[in-house]
Design a protein around this ligand. Sequence first.
Ligand code: KIV
Length: 273
Amino acid sequence: MSTYKAIDSRKVTTRRLLEMKERGEKISMLTAYDYSAAQIIDAAGMDVILVGDSASNVMAGNVTTLPITLDQMIYHGKSVMKAVQRALVVVDLPFGSYQGNSKIALESAIKVMKITHADAIKIEGGSEIRESVERILSAGIPIMGHLGLTPQSINKFGSYAVRAKEQAEADKLLADAHLLEELGCFALVLEKIPAPLATKVASELTIPVIGIGAGGGVDGQVLVMHDMLGITQGFSPRFLRRYADLGSMMTEAVQHYIADVKSQNFPNEEESY
Ligand code: KIV
């Protein structure tokens, strides 16, 4: 198994991500929602930590990302920020906190930045959220865009299938990507779209494009921590590579502990005062 040690120990900034794209160094990004996991992920050398609204699924057990609230995202963001020294930390603005009203969007973004001390926020969508993007950026808050499969719109899509396979949707995605760059977003996530389209977006944009289910032709990759560590059960999309089977390891360890308690093998004399 190959391991990684970050060569550059300086804090990752939006500027440094741009430099990474320029010199062809791929950007690593992973989700975290709590202090302990963020500490491990940051010390391992991750470039970007995303406090994703996927917390709604993997932390709170909701079916979609829609129920998570701004205050819950702030709680996760604060916990992560206490642990991180090097990675750039991005916090997702949740569903309902930025769509349709740019004043509310700015208030939400400011609240996240003020309370969590995160480095940036991420929001989903293109031209529909233009005003919110402009208003948040006008306050000096860095934005990571998110196009393709945008889980906050799952009820509109009706499924988690690959997006932008049809020409009209691919054209809109490309136009939205250019728009987000022109408005001033510092990076873009592309989720579950055909690899050739993602490669085209990454080659046309100067800002870093991070993919999830978008092939290898982009500037970096992001995964949900619980999925890649094998904690999530019953979720195995084609794009997901499992780097560990922590679910099985945890089950085994927990059952070992239960057996030791039942058999009075734990605690022994050395573990007692
Ligand atoms: O919330 C999240 O984890 C995300 C990633 C899937 C990119 O937005």
